[in-house]
Design a protein around this ligand. Structure first.
Ligand code: NAP
Length: 288
């Protein structure tokens, strides 16, 4: 049995952070501007708090300022929208992220419409998704872009390959389908109503699991020699994290597998920082 090759994200994440840092240092040196990212949180959720801490740490390493705006877990949608609109209008802020989960009754897609597209560094504003679908410049959701970035980092060809994406959310599955089409892949998007998931994924050269279901993808779902990208992050009882792919099951069948943690996740965070640095660069250039 040939062992499955791991596809770690640390190397690509470090390179992306270095790019962000170079832009940040140049902006500070030449214009006295430090790129600033603001994360808006309206939840007490512990895994969200963990994620925000990891963004803040990574931002610090990339020379990017990162602030968190904390709203109550029962904040009204109007209050969240007002906060996002205020940050969008603030010239000292270059990137804005709205963290989920949100208070009951609040729609992430609806609220993200209040984030100015040029500061929408996680591609959450529906306008960004529309522009992406139309092949126009826009920030893609960082997780979707991270999948493509990690495949590129490991030299995995996309043009002409069959890719099955499991999940059709607006943050991962749908934008990823557009990014893959732009790279000339032949894309199949699967979801919870797909009649025979294993049949749909087994014919793919590359399987991307983004369902949020621990252990959903087993050897039955994977063609021998296929590449498997695991986007899922499912908390375990002992405080750890596991993906959507049963790594033990696919070992020896998949040619390569991105690990959880340590695969798509760190690349996602690094892309948010790179997007923020680019947003700041564009803001400064537009002002001149
Ligand atoms: P989501 O909004 O809950 O969407 C999940 C998608 O998976 C839906 O389209 C759903 O189908 C589909 N699905 C669920 N169960 C399925 C099944 N048994 N068979 C086939 N499809 C199934 O989740 P999300 O926000 O896209 O996130 C997906 C995963 O990625 C989660 O684990 C999340 O934590 C993780 N994530 C990771 C990062 C990162 O940086 N690594 C970032 C964001 C998200 P329906 O549409 O039919 O319901």
């Amino acid at each position: 049995m040939t062992e499955t090759t791991p596809l770690p994200g640390a190397g690509r994440a470090a390179a992306l952070r270095d790019e962000a840092r170079e832009i940040a240092e140049r902006l500070e040196r030449e214009h006295g501007v430090r790129p600033r990212l603001v994360v808006v949180v309206a939840t007490e959720d512990e895994s969200t708090a963990w994620y925000v801490r990891s963004i803040t740490r990574a931002a610090d390493r990339a020379g990017i300022a990162c602030d968190t705006v904390r709203l109550p877990a029962d904040a009204e949608p109007a209050a969240i929208r007002k906060e996002l609109a205020g940050l969008s209008a603030d010239p000292a802020v270059h990137g804005v992220i709205l963290q989920t989960p949100l208070p009951p009754g609040a729609s992430a897609a609806e609220l993200a419409g209040a984030i100015a597209p040029e500061k929408d560094v996680d591609g959450a504003n529906p306008l960004s998704l529309g522009r992406l679908a139309a092949g126009l410049p826009a920030f893609a959701p960082a997780t979707a872009e991270a999948v493509v970035s990690l495949l590129d980092a490991h030299g995995i060809e996309l043009s002409g390959r069959g890719v099955a994406v499991v999940g059709r959310s607006t943050v991962v599955g749908k934008p990823l389908a557009h990014l893959l089409l732009d790279r000339d892949a032949t894309v199949t998007v699967c979801h919870s109503r797909t009649a025979d998931l294993a049949a749909a994924t087994r014919t793919a050269d590359i399987v991307v699991a983004a369902a949020g279901r621990a252990g959903l993808i087993t050897a039955d779902h994977v063609a021998p020699g296929a590449v498997v990208m695991d986007v899922g992050t499912n908390p375990t009882e002992d405080g750890g994290l596991i993906g959507d792919v049963d790594a033990e099951s696919v070992n020896g069948t998949a040619a390569a597998l991105s690990p959880v943690p340590g695969g798509v996740g760190p690349v996602t965070t690094a892309l948010l920082l790179r997007h923020t640095a680019l947003a700041a660069l564009r803001a400064v250039t537009a002002d001149r």
